[in-house]
Design a protein around this ligand. Structure first.
Ligand code: PHE
Ligand code: ZN
Length: 877
């Protein structure tokens, strides 16, 4: 559907957290009848309402892109008189409703023309819904807000040949054939839920199913996919079973329904959706088979299956009062899925190997946070994990709400201990099961269950920006004391800059600190802007290991000498900080002297011994030797000077080449010793070996170009095959491999996405403009779904800095064209792409002016969606 609501500045509405008022009616039951047809679906609603207070008040329902066909009260056959209600393009208002009653409303909508993937839409030969955040209102008039919980009964009618599978939330009540080839299925969900958790699926899907027993009760687990994808569904099923076991074991939380269903679709804006008992997934996070999915894909499936399943308690049983509280469910659920993945990686390993496997997961998560979330926190979209204002809620499904939100949850665990955290969770469910609550309620449960004072901790929900903790040290050899001074600061960012008289008070920061060379390893709770701590009986100056395991989502500034970084890299027992020390050595060399990044002989010695240290897991060594990302380095540069992306990119390349050259012997020997001895299996250890070997491949490929082609041909799995393909084409090797790859996997959409990405993100393609034009015109790019757009357009704009930042501005003009083209069909995806240029102010000329021009082009375009307008407006504003 196009933008039926052309927006301009006058019609922009800002939603404020402080405006919250409860809905004046209860909606005990909601009965729905869907007559499902792709061109025109009819939705009949019976809405039971009961006024909460004595005072009469209008009943206002949300509704968008739907057509009212009939409305009556209490099942009367005569429709309501038009004077009794008003319909606008976003509401239906009943002016003088009785104190209680039953509204009967019939509406129609058009799934075939709905390209936004919100509401009811067609995907292939199927029909599906997506309701979070505000999609339900595209099917029926309803109080479409998360604090209205209702018990749903749903009848689905459809042609049986076209739509043999008819699913909705909860338990299956009845199936019945109708005359003329139709059929009807009834579902009832016993748990009251908000409308955003509602779902319907109608289609021709194959199903993998298993039953499990939990607490003596049988549960039916189903994974629905396209019939030809059935061989790729088992890993998702295994992940689901593992998630169910884990939530019971770790948090005592059972599966509360008789059946739990997962449905995969290739047309999806996000990763997946936690609809009650009927999770709907992007195929990318369901389908996994060694020949088509990489280790990273397997890991993603496991994490997302876990994430959506864990929402059943954190999100569904206890939900959000309003969308400002989004992090209540998302931050907590991300924390839970991170813990689940960590436990899965550690399972079956020796204690030491388990600790190291957990560190690998932690490093992955923090590296992403520090790259993407820190960047968000430093730009025009910066917001607290609980925002105070938004124009379009879809723009607030952010790294901050999700990933920083998860770090805030993790800090409770750090402060209260694992048992204390569990006590807090238990109390949270005891108090709030079946309710729609706030982040403050969660914090109160954590505090009350532990008699802890978490008042100051609440500021993590109020302030945007990444706090900086500046640390200095003093060693007094005579007194044998070592003192650490901490200064925390967090200047206003993003929209905070516009708030007059804003005072940002100090945060409660749990900082794990050890002094290398002593046995001191302690948790320091910072609460003031400036504080100091003195350690006694310190005979030699130690090296401080600060914010171990990234105990707080802050940026630490301490002036380490090169020697101290080498000490941390060689000896820190905290695997996270050891990794971080190596990253700092890399970053320093790249950023400090962008013209001539050089590593000293001593540094190469450090690198060499780390790379060949067999006591370190291959997975960990692969992380140690992955250079800090371009975006992470860009942040470091822009703290000191306007960013020249070409200069930075070249400096990073030089550092990478230096590692290839100086460690060539080691890379080559790793490549051969890590040669797989058994057939492919997905597990953390094997994945780590492949990751390190494929990193080695990149470092040896220009010296030994045949290795890539040999590996490509011999690969029995996608991880090794795509690594070889990407390395080969980035080395400028011929098109034969690309063509072979395409022909082999032509029918596998998710693999063809990888084919597009390998080319769009190629930093060494001298004719990238021609390549892009060729790819855009490729038959596989007609009517691209969001995954395909991400594989080409996003891959170029976000993952190919060398070409995106072309000095003639062509990359930015491409961006503007694509934002506008996508916005006409799918505003949510367009506004994600729109965020690419929000850092424009940190760039040097000519980049900065060229970026502003591109932003202005988008901003001036007619019929811009509210989604894109908010992003671009804030970037320019
Ligand atoms: N709630 C989903 C999740 O995090 C994400 C999502 C949001 C999906 C909005 C679709 C639409 O699991
Ligand atoms: Zn989620």
């Amino acid at each position: 559907m196009g933008n039926a609501h052309p927006t301009d500045l006058d019609t922009m509405t800002t939603h404020l957290r402080s405006d919250y008022t409860p809905f004046p009616y209860d909606i005990p039951t909601t009965d729905l009848l869907f007559d499902l047809k792709p061109e025109l679906t009819t939705v009949t609603l019976w809405l039971e309402f009961e006024r909460k207070n004595d005072e009469p008040v209008p009943l206002v329902l949300n509704g968008e892109h739907i057509t009212l066909q009939f409305i009556s009260l209490n099942n009367e056959e005569t429709p309501l008189d038009p004077s009794e209600y008003t319909v606008t393009d976003s509401t239906l208002t009943l002016h003088n409703p009785p104190e209680s009653g039953m509204l009967h409303i019939i509406t129609t909508c058009t799934p075939n023309t709905n390209t936004s993937l919100s509401g009811l839409f067609t995907t292939g030969v199927h029909l599906m819904t997506q309701c979070e955040a505000e999609g339900f209102r595209r099917m029926a008039y309803f109080p479409d807000r998360p604090d209205v919980l209702s018990t749903y009964t749903v009848e689905l009618i459809a042609d049986k040949a076209a739509f043999p599978v008819l699913l909705s939330n909860g338990n299956l009540i009845e199936t019945r054939d109708l005359p003329n080839g139709g059929h009807m299925v009834t579902w009832h969900d016993p748990f009251p839920k908000p409308s955003y958790l509602f779902a319907v699926v109608a289609g021709q899907l194959a199903c993998l199913e298993e039953t499990i027993t939990q607490d003596g009760a049988e549960k039916l687990l189903q994974v629905y996919v396209e019939p030809h994808d059935l061989p790729k569904a088992q890993f998702a099923m295994d992940s689901l079973k593992a998630s169910i076991r884990w939530d019971k074991a770790r948090f005592g939380l059972p599966l509360d329904l008789e059946r739990f269903m997962i449905v995969a679709t290739s047309d999806f804006n996000m990763g997946a959706m936690e609809n009650k008992g009927l999770n709907i997934f992007n195929t990318k996070f369901v389908l996994a088979h060694p020949e088509t999915a990489t280790d990273v894909d397997f890991e993603g499936v496991e994490a997302v299956v876990g994430h959506e399943y864990f929402h059943n308690w954190t999100g569904n049983r206890v939900t959000c009062q309003d969308w400002f509280q989004l992090s209540l469910k998302e931050g907590l659920t991300v924390y839970r899925d991170q813990e689940f993945s960590s436990d899965q990686l550690a399972e079956g390993l020796s204690p030491d190997a388990a600790t190291s496997a957990r560190a690998v997961k932690r490093i992955d998560d923090v590296a992403m946070l520090r790259t993407a979330q820190f960047m968000e926190d430093a730009g025009p979209m910066a917001h607290p994990i609980r925002p105070n204002a938004y124009e379009e809620i879809n723009n607030f499904y952010t790294m901050t709400v999700y990933e920083k939100g998860a770090e805030v949850v993790r800090m409770y665990e750090t402060l209260l201990g694992r048992d204390g955290f569990r006590r807090g969770m238990d109390l949270y469910f005891k108090r709030h099961d079946g309710q729609a609550v706030t982040c403050d309620d969660f914090r109160a449960a954590m505090a009350d269950a532990n008699q802890a004072d978490l008042t100051q901790f609440g500021r993590w929900y109020e302030q945007a920006g990444t706090p900086t903790v500046r640390v200095t040290s003093e060693f007094d050899a005579n007194a044998q004391t070592y003192t650490l001074h901490f200064a925390q600061s967090n200047p206003p960012v993003g929209i905070e800059l516009k708030e007059a008289n804003l005072i940002k008070a100090p945060l409660h920061i749990p900082l794990r600190v050890a002094l290398l060379g002593t046995d001191i390893d302690t948790l320091i709770e910072l609460k003031q802007a400036n504080e100091s701590i003195t350690f006694e009986n310190i005979t030699a100056e130690p090296t401080p290991s600060l914010n171990r395991n990234f105990s707080a989502p802050v940026s630490i500034e301490y002036d380490y000498s090169d020697d101290q970084l080498a000490t941390l890299a060689a000896t820190d027992t905290d695997a996270f900080n050891r990794w971080d020390a190596v990253q700092q050595i890399f970053a320093r060399a790249i950023v400090a002297d962008m013209l001539e990044p050089v590593f000293s002989h001593e540094q190469f010695d450090t690198f060499r011994s780390l790379l060949t240290d067999e006591s370190l897991s291959p997975a960990y060594r692969a992380q140690l030797f992955t250079l800090p990302s371009f975006s992470y380095l860009a942040q470091l540069v822009s703290k000191c000077e306007p960013l020249d992306p070409q200069k930075l990119f070249a400096a990073r390349e030089r550092a990478s080449r230096a590692l290839s050259k100086q460690l060539q012997i080691e890379w080559q020997s790793l490549y051969s010793t890590l040669e797989p001895k058994t057939a492919y299996a997905y597990n953390g250890v094997a994945a780590g070996e492949r990751a390190l070997r494929n990193l080695a491949l990149r470092h040896i490929s220009s010296a030994k170009p045949d290795t890539t082609t040999t590996q490509y041909a011999a690969a029995d799995n996608m991880t090794d095959r795509i690594a070889a393909l990407t390395t080969a084409i980035h080395e400028g090797q011929d098109e034969a491999l690309l063509n072979d790859f395409y022909n082999r996997f032509e029918k596998e959409a998710l693999v063809i996405d990888k084919w597009f990405t390998a080319q769009a993100a190629n930093p060494h393609d001298a004719n990238i403009t021609a390549t892009l034009q060729k790819l855009l015109a490729h038959p596989a790019f007609t009517n691209p779904n969001p995954n395909r757009l991400r594989s080409l357009v996003f891959a170029f704009c976000n993952a190919n800095p060398a070409h995106f930042h072309a000095t003639d501005g062509s990359g930015y003009r491409f961006w503007a064209e694509q934002v506008l083209a996508i916005d006409a069909k799918n505003p949510q995806v367009a506004s994600r792409l729109a965020r690419t240029l929000e850092q424009w102010r940190t760039y040097a000329e000519p980049y900065q002016s060229l970026m502003r021009e591109a932003l202005q082009t988008v901003f001036n375009a007619p019929n811009l969606s509210q989604d894109v307008r908010e992003i671009v407006g804030k970037a320019l504003g």
